[in-house]
Design a protein around this ligand. Structure first.
Ligand code: SF4
Length: 467
């Protein structure tokens, strides 16, 4: 006989226990056990007024943001709607069945003010990394570094050439992203030692060169024009991972350019050592990280750079490259393929480049000249730290270097997951600080899911190995 439910109001009172309806193996239970937010109230107290209406609990907002990034609900409006109806999300946020959900509009001021001033999101991220270290998921011996371009949230038609004057609105009428850009410009102008720049990129950026195009909605985004790609505005997500289990041990959103990627690598390696007392024996990266400045910085800290050396001296037109010349360290000269000597005057260009020149008389009589130079005499350059490059080149033949190359794929996997599973293929927030928040929250969510997977789903033997 067919059963049929009667329409009607049914019971007036229900006995309901939210804890009983969330399955024991649900992801929210696993990540809840891995998250320690007990510090939040105490640490953020100085950023709240002692008078006035009580704010939304910052722990609730952080928990909601974590739900949003772990389950790829990146719009705060949608996040609030989902927490409203999803019992598991309510349970994770410690909300009762009848508790009101905060309005989506509370997140933006919290992010821009208290969370940013107190660096709360970085503390949440570092708390999760500390948990990964405590559970044995971080080896600390080998790291990998990489950056991934993420599209900025802009209409690319709203842009101006970077070398033309732009009439920005008054500060009080400008958007948050434009205000942040103008403030950074002011800082850079007042910074006589050159350590600041409009993009917040840090030391070593090429701030004097105007950008090719400037977005009028998010001026800190970088115009990326590469062969075969439709140009777009973007930022970089930079990840430093530990190679043992692919845990992200530092993450920073930055402007998208090579100089910034190198500077932020130093910042991240330094910070990981300061916070967690971890300094790797080797660091793997692609050619972007093969600039001699970074190689020397790593070698000085006894970190083996497992990175292809960035060297533009190779020629592809059939003429002799620098590698065809032999350096005589003792005599400080190069010997050319024709047997002549190239000597240096000792002058140093741009603080690190030394020129070596052959004599006009040698070159003018040389039968190899058509394969060497069209000038009257051949000239080659050598970096002051060329010996560092040579040492790094020699590492490429070692088994450890090959192992680092294989392990470097783990950081590429983290970026693939970031875009595919966590749906961060376009930033939702504008301005560099918004981008930094999104990168940190995504990295936190990735680490939490990985930690939960490795600890809660690993077979007992694997768990014993990780312990
Ligand atoms: S052209 Fe000059 S530098 Fe080149 S191989 Fe001949 S002598 Fe050497």
């Amino acid at each position: 006989m067919m059963g049929r439910r009667e329409d009607g109001q049914g019971q007036f009172f229900y006995s309901f226990d939210l804890d009983k309806v969330v399955p024991p193996d649900h992801l929210v239970r696993q990540i809840d056990g891995l998250l320690d937010l007990s510090w939040v109230h105490k640490e953020l107290a100085p950023y709240y007024s002692h008078t006035g209406r009580p704010s939304i609990d910052p722990v609730l907002m952080i928990r909601m943001l974590i739900v949003g990034y772990v389950f790829a609900l990146r719009s705060e409006r949608r996040l609030c709607a989902e927490v409203q109806v999803n019992l598991a999300y309510r349970w994770f946020c410690k909300l009762g069945i009848e508790d009101r959900i905060p309005d989506h509009s509370v997140f933006s001021p919290a992010r821009h003010e208290r969370f940013r001033e107190s660096d709360a999101l970085r503390r949440v991220f570092e708390g999760v990394v500390a948990m990964c270290i405590a559970t044995g998921l971080v080896g600390g011996e080998a790291f990998s570094i990489d950056a991934s371009l993420i599209k900025a949230d802009v209409d690319k038609k709203k842009r101006m050439p970077g070398d033309q004057p732009i009439a920005w609105p008054k500060v009080e009428e400008a958007s948050h992203a434009v205000r942040e850009y103008l403030a950074a410009l002011d800082t850079a102008r007042g910074d006589e030692d050159g350590s600041g720049d409009a993009g917040g990129s840090g030391k070593g950026s090429d701030r004097h060169k105007p950008p090719k195009e400037v977005s009028l909605t998010d001026p800190q985004a970088t115009w990326v024009a590469r062969p075969g790609l439709d140009p777009f505005f973007a930022y970089d997500a930079n990840y430093l991972i530990d190679n043992k289990a692919g845990i992200i041990i530092d993450a920073v959103g930055t402007r998208a350019n090579r100089t910034v990627e190198i500077a932020i690598t130093q910042t991240m390696v330094d910070r990981v050592e300061r916070r967690f007392d971890l300094r790797p024996q080797r660091l793997a990266g692609d050619t972007v990280y093969g600039a001699v400045r970074l190689l020397k910085w790593l070698v000085d800290r006894n970190i083996a750079p497992h990175v292809p050396v960035w060297d533009k001296s190779a020629r592809t037109d059939g003429t002799f490259s620098r590698a065809d010349f032999v350096f005589d360290q003792q005599r400080n000269i190069y010997i050319c393929p024709g047997g002549a000597e190239l000597t240096s005057t000792g002058n140093i260009d741009q603080g690190h480049i030394v020129y070596y020149r052959a004599s006009k008389s040698d070159c003018s009589q040389c039968s190899l000249k058509p394969k060497c130079t069209t000038a009257t005499a051949r000239k080659i350059t050598r970096d002051l730290n060329e010996d560092v490059r040579d040492r790094v080149r020699a590492l490429a033949d070692t088994e450890a270097f090959q192992q680092s190359r294989r392990e470097r794929k783990k950081v590429e996997m983290r970026f693939a997951h970031m875009k595919r599973i966590f749906r961060l293929d376009r930033f939702r927030l504008r301005g560099l600080s918004g981008v930094r928040d999104e990168v940190l929250l995504t990295a936190t969510a990735q680490n939490l899911r990985r930690l939960a997977k490795l600890l809660c789903h690993a077979p007992p033997l694997a768990q014993a190995c990780l312990a």
